[in-house]
Write a protein that binds this ligand. Structure first.
Ligand code: UDX
Length: 434
């Protein structure tokens, strides 16, 4: 079966590579000719463990190719996945201009029955909109179905998430479309993956509901950590004690500097905006967004207080810049407002991130980038752990202590043991732990 994936961003590339890994013939389409030519030479423009190898293997075996020619790929495909970007518009809603463009081209080009599937996170009702655009633009009448098949991939582990998902959600109104999409995911039947088959609007809502709920867990535990700080309780243990209740679950209860990335901030704003459009105020999600927006300032205050209340003339070493480990993605990373805030208060910043420094240059100014975690500590008044990369978990603290100017460590991800850090002689602060 031939598949076309429109969009060579994160979702498009992972979807295309993984479907070709299932043995399907996939063409990924992008507009940027230089990016497509890079991909055809085997160069992958995003950092994602295992993706380059998967692309190389399937491209070499002739199942995966990249092109700018959307018309040709639409004509050849039975299934077209729309995986283009849906950036936030000025009201926090999803801007659908790229989705609309692709739908228009599909309508103008289609030459037989197609299933058009949205993979991008799109507002409820987008499926209907795509259907209308395709119909309007058809030059000759052709049958087609529009379906929704949201992705739940996490950056840094997206291939594993695609190959071993918790569930597959398919929203489609025709049996033929459901049968074709089930067929695409056939290898996942063998590992007994649950399938949720529903209508398009419900599938679209499942994605927002899932992301908003996970973001709620994070803002909840972050607020909990602020209270723990006041009452002298340990948020880490609180999360463990809560999470062992099967109804709550242990995941997504790690207190930290707030959620970032390309999904949670954008999707929480979008669902709040969608609710507002329908005359409903989504109070919980609005609070989740507010808590998250206030988080960087709280982290800044923590660092200021660890340094005795004044940052003028200080040098701060930052470990980790990306919004989470195992990615080079800086989008909405909480380190951006945190570092800007520290600079505004007079601190100089030196930083190290295993993958994110190149992207960080687009978001941050006046940073002295270092080549490893020890040089980032060199001469600094404080070392701040901002992103919990694995390589930061086993640090030679004696060595760090020798090179720091003052023995101050601020751990925004709670990955070090407070007692051990104090035994090394550090003035150690974490988030919501006594
Ligand atoms: C998320 C969803 O998990 C995924 O299903 C969806 O498809 C896309 O959005 P991603 O953005 O890659 O994936 O990262 P995720 O691992 O979910 O983390 C998002 C943010 O939340 C990160 O900034 C992370 O540091 C933060 N986080 C996560 C916490 O602060 N605490 C936690 O307990 C979990």
């Amino acid at each position: 079966m031939n598949i076309c994936v429109a969009g060579v961003g994160y979702v498009g590339l992972v979807t295309g590579a993984c479907f070709s890994g299932f043995g399907l013939r996939v063409t990924c389409v992008g507009r940027d000719a230089s990016k497509i030519s890079m991909l055809n030479q085997g160069k992958v423009p995003i950092y994602e463990p295992g993706l380059a190898e998967l692309i190389e293997k399937n491209a070499n075996e002739g199942r995966l190719s990249f092109t700018t020619d959307i018309k040709e790929s639409v004509r050849n495909a039975l299934v077209i996945f729309i995986a283009v970007g849906t950036p936030s518009d000025e009201h926090g809603g999803a801007d659908l201009k790229y989705v609309e463009e692709v739908a228009k081209t599909i309508g103008q080009t289609m030459n037989g029955y197609k299933v058009v599937v949205t993979k991008s996170t799109v507002p409820v009702g987008t499926g209907k909109m795509i259907e209308a655009i395709i119909k309007e633009n058809q030059t000759k009448p052709c049958a087609f179905d529009v379906a929704s098949n949201p992705e739940f991939l996490r950056e840094g582990s997206s291939i594993e998430d695609f190959m071993r998902p918790n569930r597959i959600v398919i929203g489609a109104e025709s049996e033929q479309a459901v049968a074709i999409l089930k067929d695409l995911y056939n290898p996942l039947y063998l590992i007994e993956t649950p399938f949720v088959i529903t209508d398009v609007a419900t599938a679209e809502m499942i994605k927002y509901a899932s992301n908003a709920f996970l973001a709620t867990k994070i803002s909840f535990i972050n607020e909990m950590s602020a209270i723990c700080d006041q009452v002298g309780a340990d948020v880490h243990q609180v999360a463990k004690g809560m999470g062992l209740d099967g109804r709550i679950g242990r995941k997504f209860l790690h207190a930290g500097p707030g959620f970032g990335g390309s999904c949670f901030p954008k999707d929480t704003r979008a669902i709040s905006q969608i609710a507002r459009q329908y005359g409903y105020e989504f109070k919980i999600v609005d609070a989740v967004i507010k808590v998250n927006e206030e988080r960087p300032e709280m982290m800044i205050e923590r660092i200021v207080s660890a340094l005795g209340g004044d940052l003028k003339g200080t040098l701060i070493g930052i470990l980790g810049l990306t919004f989470k480990p195992n990615t080079d993605d800086m989008r909405e990373s909480p380190t951006i407002p945190i570092i800007k805030g520290l600079q505004e208060r007079g601190a100089k910043i030196q930083a190290y991130d295993p993958a994110g420094m190149e992207q960080a240059r687009q978001y941050l100014r006046d940073i002295d980038y270092k080549e490893d975690l020890y040089t980032v500590a060199q001469g600094a008044d404080a070392l701040v752990l901002a992103t919990e990369w694995n390589q930061f978990r086993n640090i030679d603290w004696e060595r760090v202590k020798k090179v720091l100017r003052r023995p101050v460590v601020v751990d925004l991800r709670n990955i070090y043991d407070p007692q051990r850090m104090r035994a090394f002689g550090f003035h150690y602060t974490s988030v919501g732990r006594p």
